[in-house]
Ligand binder design. Structure first.
Ligand code: F6P
Length: 373
């Protein structure tokens, strides 16, 4: 009997989502004879039964488009905001799944989506996931699609900032995305020849950044480019976070744990403006004119790179094969040059940060880049 499959995209969008939907949809329909429907706006569409038939016309002409034809949201199945209240929509999701006689559900998303997909698998649904995010921070896959495009956008921005920094003999601080991982900052910083790269994995001291810039000035280089990951932290901030994490992990009552979690959330909320403070303080300490550019959602928009289109298409077609074999509860992850079936339970809730012994950190240091440590 022909299988019925559902697809949704969840979490922050990224270039390559449509390429993945197209690869999966075309292979599933045309190669394996499956029926394919899409759920709109992530887990919300699944909970509220908002669907679209993914037929030949819907799957055509979307390979090069940015965003996602299905829409996306950060809704969680077990805690969805419905009319101002947080409601567990798991039962509604299971009902929609059965109403459409689905054999399996494919969730395309980042770290949060992997966790939510595991919850649905534990509730009895057949789930397969694909790894997408510009942050490249999903555990047990060497790569996520969206990253390569964001890397190109960030690198081009750094290249452009170089000429204006040189003309004005300024320091330019560039904030890039990446959530709590430094992959985007590290690779864009190296590709763009940044003088300083600040990563969440390496807490920095402001005076070390100023020292590196002064050294450049003394050698006759009168401009500097500082690439900062949005999750980068000073050593003081990193110490505070570590203490809050310990408080949360050691809490013995539910009340204490909730309070500690709330403090941590507040810290991260307030940390959002940290590059503005960093820029101001750097200007004071060096006495050199300093400007800030926050690249923000530019890094997530627009057409995917050739490499992201290829990777997302491959993930999609491989996913159709996995569904055809009725293998569930896995994410397709790139390990070396092969796509592996990674059990959701092995990766959910973990993030992949840049290891401190990563060769690119050593490589950056060898070309004279400061990491602020
Ligand atoms: O996970 C992708 C990402 O772009 C992160 O780099 C960033 O921290 C976050 O999403 C921003 O989320 P939102 O678009 O919801 O503000």
């Amino acid at each position: 009997m022909a299988q019925h499959i559902g697809i949704l995209t969840s979490g922050g969008d990224c270039p390559g989502l449509n390429a993945a939907i197209r690869g999966l949809g075309k292979a599933a329909r045309e190669h394996y004879g499956m029926r394919v429907i899409g759920f709109l706006n992530g887990f919300r569409g699944l909970a509220q039964d908002q669907t679209v038939e993914l037929d030949g016309a819907m799957l055509s002409g979307i390979l090069t488009d940015g965003g996602t034809i299905l829409g996306t949201s950060r809704d969680k199945p077990h805690r969805m905001n419905i009319g101002g209240k947080e409601i567990d929509m798991t039962a509604a999701i299971i009902a929609t799944y059965h109403k459409h006689h689905l054999d399996a559900l494919v969730c395309i998303g980042g770290g949060g989506t992997q966790k939510n997909a595991l919850r649905l698998a534990e509730a009895g649904l057949n789930v397969v996931t694909l790894p997408k995010t510009i942050d490249n921070d999903i555990s047990l896959t060497d790569r996520t699609f969206g990253f390569d495009t964001a890397l190109q956008i960030a690198t081009e921005a750094i290249d452009r900032l170089h000429s204006t920094a040189t003309s004005h003999e300024r320091i330019i601080v560039v904030e890039v995305m990446g959530h709590r991982a430094g992959w985007l900052a590290l690779e864009a910083g190296i590709a763009g020849g940044a003088d300083v790269i600040l990563l969440p994995e390496i807490p920095y001291e402001l005076r070390n950044i100023a020292k590196a810039i002064r050294r450049r000035t003394q050698s006759g280089k009168r401009f500097s480019i500082v690439v900062v990951a949005e999750g980068a932290m000073s050593t003081d901030d990193a110490r505070e976070v570590a203490a809050l994490v310990m408080e949360r992990d050691k809490a013995d009552s539910k009340k204490d744990r909730t309070e500690a979690k709330e403090k941590l959330r507040k810290f991260h909320d307030e940390h959002v403006g940290h590059t503005i403070r960093l820029t101001r303080n750097l200007e004071k300490l060096t006495g050199q004119e300093t400007r800030l550019t926050i690249l923000g959602h530019l890094q997530r928009g627009g057409t995917p790179s050739a490499s992201d289109r290829v990777f997302a298409t491959w993930l999609g077609t491989e996913c159709a094969e996995v569904l055809n074999e009725r293998r569930y509860g896995v994410m397709l992850g790139l390990q070396g040059s092969e796509l592996k079936h990674v059990p959701l339970a092995a990766l959910a809730g973990k993030i992949r940060q840049v290891p401190l012994d990563h060769p690119l950190i050593a490589s950056g240091r060898q070309v004279g880049t400061s990491f602020g440590d």
